[in-house]
Design a protein around this ligand. Structure first.
Ligand SMILES: [Zn+2]
Length: 308
């Protein structure tokens, strides 16, 4: 069991408000931090959320608009001031290396740790032992990527009586089978599927970046446990959403419904909305499970036994 916790560090679009900082979403997966976007002031929000600056960390940038990326510089500098010693991985659209290298040189960060910069293209961006992060082009005024954190399937339920019937003694061999490894017993091989029930799904979290809704994103986010989606406007500003290449709450709900997602979390609100309950009401007419993110709100994402 790995804990998966979403912490919304910034939920405003383009300008901050008294209640809302600029865009940033932290996913704590076990001890690792996956940070999506870093609007100005993200480092203070990280402090308030108690996230810390010396974890194993990957930072993903959706696009190069200031409200999503300027905070990266403060994070880099603070990590250096605090003598971070672990490498830091940063992923972003073309230009990410230039942005970081130019500012690092110009501002003389004197980094105490290695920064590994990765240009993002459509497809798998990160492949770890038990999860991947994928990117899909979003639809905005500049190159912009939506991301999907997708955990690997988990082994099914272990049936000890089947293991005993096959002559596998209790102990380390049971653990190997439970972890999905085949074992050799004398001259026969025992495979995990002989002693385990069907595999159970891992969790999927989708993050839209700034975008118009479209079928490609619904497909990309298919069966996600949670979709965090651009909800800059309410229905009354549908035209503005189109003009500025953002989404309304209702449009976000259509993507979540078409994707068959479990929970839709609205974020990236225009500063005109100090109360987002109307946006949630609008979205609830389309998708049954909707909430609005607020700064420092926390959502724990449980495992599901199946997608049915
Ligand atoms: Zn934005």
């Amino acid at each position: 069991m790995v804990q998966l916790r979403l912490i919304f560090l910034g939920t405003s679009s383009s300008v901050p408000t008294i209640e809302r900082n600029l865009s940033s979403i932290a996913i704590l997966r076990g001890e690792e931090l996956l940070l999506f976007d870093a609007g100005e002031g993200t480092q203070r929000q990280m402090l308030k959320a108690g996230i810390g600056f010396n974890r194993k960390t990957k930072i993903f940038i959706t696009h190069f608009h200031g409200d999503h990326v300027i905070g990266l510089l403060g994070i880099l500098q603070t990590m250096a001031m605090l003598n971070r010693d672990k490498p830091l991985d940063i992923y972003g659209p073309r230009g990410i290396a230039g942005f970081i290298n130019y500012n690092s040189n110009y501002l003389k960060f004197e980094l105490t740790y290695q920064v590994r910069i990765h240009g993002v293209k459509e497809g798998i961006v990160v492949k770890e032992k038990d999860y991947v992060v994928k990117a899909c082009p979003a639809e905005h005024s500049v190159r912009d990527y939506a991301y999907l954190l997708e955990e690997s399937d988990r082994p099914g339920v272990f049936y000890p009586e089947r293991a005993l019937e096959l002559g596998v003694p209790k102990g380390v061999l049971w653990s190997k089978l439970q972890d999905g490894e085949s074992i050799n017993l004398g001259d026969k091989m025992i495979t995990p599927h002989q002693v385990l029930g069907p595999k159970k799904p891992g969790r999927k979290i989708g993050i839209s970046g700034d975008t118009r809704p479209n079928p490609r994103l619904s497909k990309f986010f298919s069966k996600a446990d949670v979709i965090i989606f651009d909800s800059t406007y309410g229905q009354e500003y549908e035209d503005k959403a189109k003009d500025r290449l953002h989404s309304t709450a209702v449009e976000a709900a259509h993507v979540a419904r078409d994707a068959g997602a479990n929970l839709l979390i609205l974020t990236h609100f225009s500063a005109r909305y100090s109360d987002t309950s109307e946006l949630v009401s609008q979205a609830l007419k389309v998708h049954p499970n909707v909430m609005a993110a607020s700064d420092l709100s926390v959502v724990d994402v449980p495992y599901r036994d199946s997608y049915d």
